[in-house]
Design a protein around this ligand. Structure first.
Ligand SMILES: NC(=O)C1=CN([C@@H]2O[C@H](COP(=O)(O)OP(=O)(O)OC[C@H]3O[C@@H](n4cnc5c(N)ncnc54)[C@H](OP(=O)(O)O)[C@@H]3O)[C@@H](O)[C@H]2O)C=CC1
Ligand SMILES: N[C@@H](CC=O)C(=O)O
Length: 434
């Protein structure tokens, strides 16, 4: 029996999927039994990298999700609407779903998995998190015996590509972002990458799988990389760090009932840490659990071929599951997605964390400034580990402070005081240290 796929989207990822399905030789044998039936796009006038006979490609995506011939709908169009509506319609029409759309899953996974359960279909999303890295399958199944305690990862390819080039070449942010877009790494609206929204969507999905509860995106603390300058990159290097945008989810030590902490922010990572050497579009996710200890997954986190690899693996898994069971989808597979739980996790607020901080500021270069600065920190019990000063120009100095591990609340109180110092010339840049 041939399994028919309806592809929603023929952009970076969709083209990669089409190329694999058109060339199945020497890949998984089930690929011989899978064929693309129709493809939906926004404009028929756009030139394509793959060829299909006339009539295969349409602008009428609704006709694909309603087509009784189609078994699996592969949603690689992105965005919230019409993607969400098309997914729900496809499910209502009994079609299995494979999606790379973390934005939709992180916001509407709830509704989508409930509908999937009702209609007895699979929803697969390996490609939604970290492109080609099989981390979803690992958390769903291979690590299922473990009590997961933490996930720390570089989970956005675009920002890692930008930061790596800033480190390696002293490149500027804007130029590298354009290159990431050209290479097909960035989201249609790259704000999602640069401001940490994409990483927040992904860490929400990973945390949901790891800890078993649904996650409200608005509860996740999020910062992007826009404020990181070449000066921070250079100072980080001198101090023995690299700057990475990390997604962190872990059971907190906070003794209140708010037991999970989830955050996305730029982080100073010691050069000796395994995540420090993960460069370019490569992603890496470190999972800590009991009894396994620690396991690290690494590979290409974005791009056409890498992401298509994960999408096609999901299609093969659905076909294999359907062949194994004539009774339709097994709800256990969806349950293993974590998203089928009804509870929402209560997240620990960012004020409850304790961490080291890097602070960079520009102040007047005159006697007493360092003392005033130390007094602001001291008043709020923020101990300083390192303080460095460099004269710049016209009577100003750049000052770098690395704190000891301090409570977020105390640190923010110290920064509020510091902002009132008359000698201060710039808004301080604040970066947490891993
Ligand atoms: N790029 C990557 O590396 C990765 C992407 N993803 C996810 O995969 C999904 C697709 O990303 P990507 O391939 O990069 O996106 P692209 O922008 O390259 O492609 C989107 C495709 O969907 C079609 N499309 C978009 N909106 C509509 C609409 N309203 N109606 C009809 N067709 C539409 C476009 O049509 P047309 O071609 O006519 O414009 C295009 O073919 C996103 O959810 C993204 O987050 C996940 C992991 C990695
Ligand atoms: N824009 C995303 C694409 C993959 O999810 C990224 O850069 O990681």
């Amino acid at each position: 029996m041939t399994c028919k796929v309806g592809l929603l989207g023929l952009g970076t990822v969709g083209t990669g999927v089409a190329k694999i399905l058109q060339d199945p030789v020497d890949r998984h044998p089930l690929l011989q039994e899978i064929e693309i039936a129709r493809i939906g796009v926004r404009s028929l006038l756009k030139p394509r990298d793959v060829e299909f006979p006339d009539g295969y490609i349409t602008e009428d995506l609704q006709s694909i999700v309603a087509d009784p011939e189609i078994d699996i709908v592969v949603e690689v169009m992105g965005g919230i609407e019409p993607a969400k509506r098309l997914i729900l319609t496809a499910i209502a029409n009994g079609k299995h779903i494979v999606t790379a759309n973390k934005a939709v899953i992180a916001r509407y996974g709830d509704e989508i998995f409930t509908a999937a359960k009702e209609h007895g279909v699979y929803v697969m999303l390996e490609a939604a998190v970290c492109g080609g890295i099989p981390v979803i399958q690992a958390l769903k199944q291979s690590l299922g015996a473990n009590r997961i305690t933490g996930i720390t990862g570089i989970i956005n390819g675009t920002t890692n590509y930008i930061l790596s080039r800033m480190h390696a070449e002293g490149a500027e942010f804007e130029n590298t972002l354009e290159d990431a877009q050209r290479l097909g790494y960035a989201e249609a609206d790259p704000t999602a990458d640069v401001d940490g929204f994409d990483a927040a969507d992904k860490i929400a999905i990973l945390a949901s799988l790891a800890f078993g509860d649904r996650i409200k995106l608005d509860d996740i603390y999020r910062e992007g990389i826009r404020t990181i300058t070449s000066a921070d990159i250079a100072w980080a290097k001198d101090l023995g760090f690299v700057i990475k945008l990390l997604g962190i989810a872990r059971r907190s030590n906070d003794k209140t009932e708010k037991g999970i902490e989830i955050r996305v922010h730029p982080t100073l990572v010691p050069q000796t840490h395994p995540l420090a050497s993960i460069n370019g579009v490569t992603n890496a996710i470190r999972v800590e659990g009991d009894p396994i200890g620690e396991v690290v997954f690494s590979g290409p986190g974005a791009g056409s071929g890498a992401t298509a690899s994960a999408v096609v693996a999901d299609i093969v898994n659905v076909v294999a599951a359907l062949k194994a069971s004539s009774k339709g989808a097994s709800n256990e597979i969806n349950q293993l997605m974590g998203c089928s739980h009804d509870r929402y996790a209560t997240l620990s607020p960012i004020q409850n964390i304790a961490t080291q901080y890097y602070v960079r500021l520009i102040a007047q270069d005159k006697p007493g400034v360092i003392g005033d600065l130390g007094a602001c920190f001291g008043k709020h019990l923020v101990s300083i580990q390192t303080i460095l000063q460099r004269n710049i120009h016209d009577g100003f100095a750049e000052i770098i402070v690395v704190t000891q591990t301090v409570s977020e609340q105390n640190f923010q109180a110290a920064i509020a005081d510091l902002k009132n110092l008359a000698a201060l010339h710039s808004i301080p840049t604040l970066i947490r240290v891993l």
